[in-house]
Write a protein that binds this ligand. Sequence first.
Ligand SMILES: [Zn+2]
Length: 465
Amino acid sequence: MLEPLIRANIPRLQPLYHRAPSPLRNFLTGARGWFLARLRYAPETLAMLETFRSHESWSAGDIAAYQLSHLQEIVEHARATVPFCADYPRGPIRSLEDLRRFPILERETVRQGIDHLLSRKIPPNSRIRAGTTGTTGANLKVAYTEALARANWAILLRQWQWAGVAPLEKRITLFGAQIIPPARTAPPFWTRNAPERQILMSIFHLSKGAAPAYLGFLQSHRGIVLEGFPSVLAILADFILERGEPVPMRVVFTSGEPLYPDTRAKIAAAFATRVFDSYGMTEYCGSIQECERGGMHLIPEFGFLEILNNRDEPAAPGEEGHFVWTGFLNRAMPLIRYRIGDRGAWQADSPCPCGRAFPLVMPTITRESDTLRCPDGRIFSPRALNQLLKQSSSLRFCQFVHDRPERIIVRAVPGAGTPVEETAAIRDRLQALLGPAMHVVSEIATAPLARPGGKIPLIVDQVQG
Ligand SMILES: [Zn+2]
């Protein structure tokens, strides 16, 4: 399978890619897109989409039965093939009480290494590897399968259908791929992925100076689907609202970050359309998606969710607690009772007006961050800088402190491994991204900078704020 090979080689290919002229870059993006498109729009994926659509008429009882049988299946798979789970309790799972006999898997345990969490049944060359960072730089590595990638895409396509969007409709995407050389100051700040009818826009080139180009391009593609990180779309929305002329898009999909109510309102106003949010994670153990009536629905095919209070007991509806996920889809690295570090609450039982019985759950917005505003007008969202942390795994926290107009400190709190080297590597990547106009230094700290309430922002702006 070439997709994992390409992914594994992206760090090495990146400089080559950045030196390529724009048509060649389009071609390379398209080549990668062709593999993804093949996976995402395979007949199996579209058949799965049809099956998943038929689940929308399920009753609460149907959902419970489906979830119980998949819990049973994944727990057995984990116990039989994952060394870490070998001595998990035996016997069938007939109820939530049975599941509660299993230990809770903490994020820190996963962060310290995943070899003992991998299923021996899935051969290494069938595993797709990825890294994730949360938003505070505490990195972890994950592995998953192509079958999961397909199911994940089918579930995403189902939410598109909730928004009236068909598979392969044209879209503009603002996620984390570095698709344009960092030093570029003139358009294009975008590249085309023809097989998926997708335009990828860079999230690393947003600035007051580049705003007219970005807005002009969006304006010339108005009416199509827009998707991206909330903090990135918010930067574009600010430009649009300052100019005072909305850029109407068909619909906006957000994910990858919490969507604050004021950010949602701003994005909806700037693009004159509805926003459909979703909550997911690179560990691929669960999903929550917004429907056309604004309900945040637990996706029953993806995983089982427990919300536990501080005594590790099930939280009552409306009571905030820790998300503890058991994913159904990832057979390469099954996570059983995984406490991911996010919080939320079951919504008290009013059924959603959309008619689906998928339970309603509200993720709590616990992360917050400033944006990085450089003196030359460039603006970086927390998600843009977060991308720089993906290759490091030795740090418990990593923050970016903007302490003087032209200076950033990469401030790392070490864990095991080689934190000094990794911090230096992050500093070098940030310096390469920001160029000579900014001076990037690094320092090792013993604790992260926290705000009242314990929030740990990724970017700390000490210049404007
Ligand atoms: Zn609904």
